[in-house]
Design a protein around this ligand. Structure first.
Ligand code: SAM
Length: 485
């Protein structure tokens, strides 16, 4: 199997919220790096496939320049087709092998490489790192996604069981079919859980059974799948004069993901950030990382994070939870079920302001100005809320509108996706599946139609249109006309 496997079986192409340049810019900012603003930056994506990640970025950041590279000409053609159909002029799509890239491609403020590093050869891996060294701008940030140990020890245990027989068949269709047969046979074998390891493997297999054919083929049957321990990856990066900043998913570096006593012991035993994060991976059985890198010459410091909050905007889809019996405790919950309980009046007021603003954001300074309580008491907690994925920080105001304009608009790409596929990419760079009525209405949201006109176009009454628009706004699909966003 070679990379042409991606021409044979197309890989589903999605947006990755963690790879949004604003997310990278925030991580850099909190680490003391002055990365480029996302409204006018240069972004390179290596292995961009059919453009699920780079197309919405180019669409929503028209003042920035994007280059996507992939060796699969079929997927690049697919991405070009969409690029032309929605009229993007800031995206160049190159049908090229990463191995052929050099300095002539220019410098980029952000380099993204998702789903490639573990699934390719050692030669290409080295080249990906050398592209980061050669083509990153002086304060540029790269994101490299890869599979990790220890999580992949368990995945590989099951992967080996599936591949052994399936790969004796020729061609993707037969291999996928036989892999599915073996998944069913093994689920039945482990279900009675006669031995201690059966429960673990059963969970893995049941999860794998839900994979799409395309994902099963590329993630499980693909010949290459090399996971790394974080410390191994960081050491390879250092060999290429690259410095580890942290992960694009802040939770992977957050000590709050382990029990309090363990956190205290880890803090004593692991004074170095990489060693600490490695031990968090051990406890959390991490399967995948999205590591952020900069040039070795750039200084990284997390010392003054609290002071750096002042330049940020805060957003979060939060609801006040009703399950508290103590009137002095406020509990906030996000749609993923993550909760924060606090007795701190300042933090509670700040989170309430964030909840009320959703899907728009609140400038951090407004939160502190409007709070009666000195901010230094709750700044560390706000940083923890960010690390826990309860709130988001951005370096620009949210591009999402909470209020319904007279002529509401979404993005060009979302309108096209609503007409052609089963998910759309929202303004937070997330893939969203819509109900049929939402999908129908979204296609008309080009900012030229009033609510009454939308009602006529969709054969609905105006009240229904407004209700559907409000649902779309809550899903971050209505753009705000604000030039600053
Ligand atoms: C598993 S897919 C990941 C696609 C997408 N980035 C994602 O994460 O969903 C790997 C992609 O990398 C591309 N690829 C693999 N090796 C490559 C190489 N040497 N040069 C350019 N593209 C490559 C494949 O064609 C494929 O589109």
């Amino acid at each position: 199997m070679t990379t042409s496997a991606y021409d044979q079986v197309a890989y589903p192409s999605y947006p990755f919220p963690a790879s949004h340049p604003d997310r990278l810019a925030v991580a850099a900012h909190l680490s003391g790096i002055d990365a480029a603003g996302v409204k006018s930056c240069r972004v390179l994506e290596l292995g961009c496939g059919a453009g699920g990640n780079i197309l919405p970025l180019a669409d929503t950041l028209p003042g920035s320049q994007f280059v996507g590279v992939d060796v699969s000409s079929q997927q690049i053609d697919e991405a070009r087709h969409v690029c032309d159909a929605i009229g993007l002029t800031n995206l160049e799509l190159l049908d090229r092998d990463i191995l052929t890239l050099d300095k002539s491609l220019g410098e980029f403020d952000y380099v993204l490489c998702h789903g490639v590093f573990s699934w390719t050869t050692e030669e290409v891996r080295r080249k990906i790192l050398s592209v980061c060294t050669t083509n990153l701008s002086p304060h540029g940030v790269a994101l490299i996604n890869y599979n990790t140990f220890p999580g992949w020890h368990l995945h590989n245990w099951v992967r080996d069981m599936i591949r052994t027989r399936a790969l004796t068949f020729a061609g993707p269709a037969a291999q996928i079919r036989e892999a599915r047969t073996m998944i069913d046979v093994l689920i039945a074998a482990f279900k009675p859980q006669r031995q201690p390891h059966h429960g673990l493997l059963l969970g893995e297999l049941e999860n794998m059974k839900r994979y799409s054919d395309e994902f099963l083929f590329h993630a499980i049957l693909n010949f290459q799948n090399q996971p790394f321990y974080l410390h191994e990856f960081v050491s390879c990066c250092e060999d290429h004069a690259l410095r580890y900043i942290g992960d694009a998913e802040p939770a992977l570096g957050w000590i709050g993901t382990v029990a309090h006593d363990t956190a205290t012991q880890f803090s004593q035993l692991c004074p170095d950030q990489v060693v600490l994060e490695q031990h968090l991976d051990f406890v959390n059985n991490t399967t995948s990382r999205r590591s952020l890198l900069c040039r070795k010459s750039v200084a990284v410091s997390r010392e003054e994070q609290a002071q750096r909050l002042a330049e940020l905007h805060v957003s979060g889809s939060l609801k006040v939870a009703s399950d508290t019996s103590d009137p002095n405790v406020s509990v906030f919950q996000n749609p993923a079920g993550r909760k924060i309980a606090t007795r701190d009046a300042g933090l509670s007021a700040a989170l309430l302001a964030v909840a009320n603003a959703w899907p728009a954001s609140v400038p951090y300074d407004t939160l502190t100005r409007d709070s009666d309580v000195g901010r230094s008491t709750w700044e560390p907690d706000l940083l923890n809320c960010h690390a826990a994925g309860i709130i988001e920080f951005n370096l620009r105001p949210s591009p999402c509108n909470r209020d319904l304009d007279e002529r509401p608009a979404t993005t060009r790409l979302a309108r096209r996706q609503a007409a052609n596929q089963d998910f759309v990419t929202n303004l937070r760079h997330q893939a969203i599946r819509l109900a049929p009525a939402q999908r129908q209405l979204l296609q008309y949201l080009d900012g030229t139609h009033t609510h009454a006109e939308l009602a006529t176009l969709t054969a609905n009454n105006e009240a229904t249109v407004i209700e559907t628009l409000q649902q779309l706004a809550q899903q971050s699909l209505i753009a705000c006309g604000d030039e600053d966003a």
